[in-house]
Design a binder for this molecule. Structure first.
Ligand SMILES: *[C@@H]1O[C@H](CO)[C@@H](O)[C@H](O)[C@H]1NC(C)=O
Ligand SMILES: *[C@@H]1O[C@H](CO)[C@@H](O)[C@H](O)[C@H]1NC(C)=O
Length: 398
């Protein structure tokens, strides 16, 4: 979803988000933060990251002698944006506290949550640095990059009122530019191999529905499109962009399903229950997405298309938070009292709940990092009910 600090209209969401510092870790053991991460193209074995003077962290084990770790390229909205919007002229931003208060640096990065997002947790599992914003100048594109832009959607028109955010088409264009840079930097053969081994993680369409179709007097509704017709349009556009990425050599796709949008406090708080029209819209979209990926698997037999099921586990938690150890799913951790109607984002310097891990939602639209950690662990090593047809750990090892 794109969370937007959109004035006046409450029933709006923009999925938005940040981080410039790179860090590195092994799958489970976190190491420290530093300003710079460098890859050492050595023939050493795949050992721990270690510190080298001046706060520079080097990672060994990416050499030719051992299996390279795959890169992670991320596309989408505020569910994944790690800070691109910090570089853009938009009101859709999370570059101030309390956003980021529980992040590794305890600093705001542009991420629309209190801490790490799913791609960060996945990067940690993979033993690579968090994919940093593509627009940041120091991003190591050989390791990965995050093209996500809070508030954006599959359609170019989605979120355009928020300023110069990057729609999916622009994100894909940047990926194409990046591939050229990679080829220039490390040669065509190595760049192509890197791209074909890379994990392509996509999480979008939240804003197309919540912050486009369902906006009062939206263009789509004025044109008489039903939600089904609109979603078919989205899927068709998504499909075209995926084909472009495939043409560029990407082979390992993970597409995250839509969250049950209507359960976000922006929509659920007043009635204390999920807004059914939005939940149903997300569910229908997910069915179309499932069908699309099945088709892509038949069409591009050289590629993998995983569907990450965010919807079911999230919906279960949102409907029965206490059962899962949360105190509430209709109140956000960030105290937005008094600003209802002015903003769905967490206000600058707002007070927060005592324990983020007990809350499902961080702000009026975005889950807490605790929720993201639960989803990421399911995507990494879960069963086909969580992610299908294989999990990301298996995808990485192919
Ligand atoms: C791999 O690294 C470890 C830890 O530095 C070292 O003890 C071991 O001898 C190394 N193995 C090889 C094959 O280089
Ligand atoms: C926060 O809540 C989680 C989940 O209930 C719990 O495991 C953890 O101990 C709590 N942390 C603190 C500091 O109370």
């Amino acid at each position: 979803m794109g969370y937007c600090a959109t004035p006046i209209v409450i029933a709006i969401s923009c999925f938005a988000l940040l981080l410039e510092h790179a860090y590195s870790s092994r799958a489970s053991a976190f190491s420290k933060w530093t300003n710079v991460v460098e890859l050492v193209d050595s023939n050493d074995n795949d050992t721990e990251a270690h510190h080298v003077g001046g706060g520079v962290l080097k990672i060994q084990g990416f050499g030719n002698s051992v299996r390279s770790k795959p890169a992670l390229y991320v596309f989408g909205d505020s569910i994944v944006d790690s800070g691109n919007n910090n570089y853009l002229n938009t009101i859709s931003r999370a570059d101030y506290l309390p956003y980021g208060k529980d992040f590794d640096t305890h600093q705001p990065t542009g991420r629309f949550s209190n801490g790490r997002l799913v791609p960060d947790f996945l990067a940690a599992y993979m033993g690579i640095t968090f994919p940093s914003p593509y627009l940041a100048s120091n991003t190591n594109i050989q390791q990965g990059a995050n093209f996500g832009s809070a508030g954006s959607g599959i359609l170019d028109s989605t979120g355009s009122a928020l300023g110069s955010i990057m729609p999916f088409s622009q994100q894909v264009q940047y990926f194409q530019d990046m591939k050229q840079r990679l080829q220039h930097n490390i040669g065509e053969a190595r760049a192509n191999e890197l791209i074909s081994n890379a994990i392509i993680y996509i999480s979008n369409a939240h804003n197309d529905i919540a912050n486009n179709y369902y906006l009062p007097n939206s263009m789509a509704q004025q044109e008489g499109l039903s939600i089904e017709q609109f979603e078919n349009l989205l899927i068709s556009d998504l499909s075209k962009h995926i084909e472009v990425l495939h043409n560029e050599g990407a082979r390992k796709f993970v597409i995250e399903a839509l969250l049950p949008l209507g359960c976000a406090p922006a929509f659920s708080r007043i009635s204390s229950s999920c807004a059914e029209n939005l939940v149903e819209a997300a569910s229908k979209y997910n069915n179309l997405l499932r069908a699309l990926l099945a088709k892509q698997r038949r069409t591009f037999i050289d590629a993998h298309f995983l569907l990450a099921n965010s919807f079911d586990p999230f919906y279960a938690i949102a409907q029965n938070p206490q059962y899962y150890g949360f105190v509430t799913s209709t109140e956000p951790c960030c105290n937005t009292q008094g600003v209802l109607g002015a903003s769905v984002a967490c206000p600058r310097g707002a007070s927060t709940c005592q324990n983020d891990s007990e809350y499902v939602f961080w702000d009026m639209l975005h889950p807490t990092s605790k929720i993201y950690s639960i989803l990421a662990s399911k995507y990494w090593s879960g069963t086909p009910s969580n992610i299908s047809p294989i999990n990301i750990r298996q995808l990485v090892s192919l």
